[in-house]
Design a protein around this ligand. Sequence first.
Ligand SMILES: O=C(O)[C@@H](CO)OP(=O)(O)O
Length: 247
Amino acid sequence: MATLVLLRHGESEWNAKGLFTGWVDVTLSPTGEEEARRGGRLMVEAGVRPDVVHTSVLTRAIQTADHALGAAGLLWLPVSRSWRLNERHYGALQGKNKAQTREEFGDEQFTLWRRSYDVPPPPLADDDEYSQVGDLRYDLLPPELMPRTECLKDVVQRMLPYWYDSIVPDLAAGRTVLVVAHGNSLRALVKHLDGIGDAEIAKLNIPTGIPLRYELDSAFKPVKAGGEYLDPAAAEAAIEAVANQGR
Ligand SMILES: O=C(O)[C@@H](CO)OP(=O)(O)O
């Protein structure tokens, strides 16, 4: 049996403003920093002690890991980072207000772009102010892998090699693994873990800053579907709020 803990970053400055973020590298809001510290305290209270940490290369996930580990007295843990855990690239929606986008394009199109499995938003132009083309942290990324937009299916495809090549070996070695990432990269991982269907995944939302614990069997599949939030009541309310963004 292996323990995996998933943690979505705390509220970011753009979550607070209701903007589509994707690969834009925004920082945590003060609320998000506190959420992250609380996430660390929840792990301590539940007796969950990660041995290793994996984060995306986006600042909000890195800051969340640091705040959570700091609160848990575990800042010294080994950390690996990968672009494969990044938030879904939101294409031309990056930087746009969610409520305004819903008003402009209608609820059906908004929901399709936001939660469908295989409909990506239009691509983001390389010279757009919110493009990541030229960002130093992607220097070693083969140019053909650099996204201009992604649907959730694309995220599953680029995330799974990291799951199998980097996270599963840690679990197989008996380590408790903490993954600090994003709403949609974690939806992609949960879809894989729980075997959620392409249509059903539209209904799954992940709250900020609340650790989600999975016990995994020898095939690295959940012993209990859906895992367990370390604060289930807070998670329920926060999930509802994420689902209703833009409304
Ligand atoms: O803007 C984003 O990058 C994501 C997560 O904050 O938004 P959504 O939950 O709408 O997919």
